[in-house]
Design a protein around this ligand. Structure first.
Ligand code: B12
Length: 212
């Protein structure tokens, strides 16, 4: 097992060499799906430290953008190992970072993990207008709509999206899951979503439960 504390620190330090070495070690092993999941968790904790170093003034915007790229490349490398752990058939998800919000690191982690669980993901990107999400749901008839956001104002966009799905008569044909730092049970209820998660792996489990 790779040292997860070292990985968390390496993510926090944006040290690609250490990260790549550890990931190569995981990928060189057979039956590595569980360890790959642990690596994702460790890197996510490292990302929280990156956020703290930004808040304290040690890191700047450029470091945050770079951190997002590093984490995405970790996810890309680990994807084959993560998918090897899942043989169950997934469903179809329309996924978006909601209107007004440009943060997509968490959305992309969720996308990588849910794709690894054999779901088909139609990722609409960031800052996605409500009407675009509704139109895509009409067009592709997904099982699930996943809404991501980390800004407080993203919660309003999530609510507007759920309302618009209702008005378009589509709400009962999809499950809605919301994710990102500001979501919690109360928010989930007030938005009218079916589930929430601040953890991508847990979100994947919820989605798997829905498509059975
Ligand atoms: C990285 C970052 C940025 C990067 C974003 C790069 C990118 N490509 O995403 C950049 C530099 C561009 C940025 C910009 C801004 N940011 Co910023 N940013 C952050 C930071 C440091 C980390 C966020 C992050 O990526 N976390 C790591 C990911 C992995 O966590 P996550 O998103 O929660 O995702 C996990 C789960 O929630 C879940 N999940 C996520 N989505 C989904 C979806 C589904 C369906 C499911 C099931 C699960 C799920 O899975 C993920 C993995 O487990 C936070 C501070 C912090 N400490 O959090 C501030 C923060 C979010 N930013 C903030 C702000 C204010 C801004 C700016 C407005 C700054 C400015 N003045 O310009 C702009 C935003 C512009 C906009 N309209 O969006 C504030 C938000 C305050 C608020 N309450 O609204 C924060 C909290 C910083 C702060 N302390 O003030 N930011």
């Amino acid at each position: 097992m790779v040292d997860l504390k070292v990985l968390t620190q390496a993510m926090s330090d944006l040290d690609e060499d250490v990260l790549n070495k550890a990931i190569d070690e995981v990928l060189s092993k057979d039956d590595n799906a569980a360890e790959a999941q642990e690596v994702v968790k460790a890197c996510q904790q490292g990302m929280t430290l990156v956020g703290e170093r930004y808040d304290s003034g040690e890191y700047f915007i450029g470091d945050l953008v770079f951190a997002g790229e590093v984490l995405q490349s970790v996810m890309d490398k680990l994807k084959p190992a993560l998918s090897a752990g899942s043989s169950a058939k997934g469903g179809k998800i329309v996924l978006a970072t909601v209107f007004g919000d440009l943060h997509d690191i968490g959305k992309n982690i969720f996308r990588s993990m849910v794709e690894a669980a054999n779901f088909e993901v139609i990722d609409l990107g960031i800052n996605v207008p409500v009407s675009q999400i509704v139109d895509k749901v009409k067009e592709v008839n997904p099982d699930i709509v996943g809404l991501s956001g980390v800004l407080t104002l993203a919660l309003d966009s999530m609510k507007e999206t759920v309302n618009a799905l209702n008005e378009a008569g589509l709400r009962n044909s999809v499950k809605v899951i919301i994710g990102g730092v500001p979501v919690n049970e109360n928010v989930c209820k007030s938005i009218g979503a079916d589930a929430f998660s601040t953890n991508a792996a847990e979100g994947v489990k919820i989605c798997q439960g829905w498509v059975g």
